[in-house]
Design a protein. Sequence first.
Length: 84
Amino acid sequence: MITLQKSKAGKVKTIHPKITNSVQQSRESKMMSKAELARKAGVTVQTIDRIEKGCNCRVDTKRKILLALGFGLGDRLNLFFEDN
């Protein structure tokens, strides 16, 4: 659900929902650094950082992270899920 919020200046701002995930917990349980996961997944460390903070990413990036963490594609809902 997309929500609208008025700022103090009276402008309407769109708030997009954050996609929550368990990437950080999975990475830490495997004793991996962000840099190691980024290298294995073929993405930047900044991308890993943003995803762990709850920002959304492309499906292809999710696939790369799943495989780099040793999960199958069927495990995607266990790692990436929407917070309702």
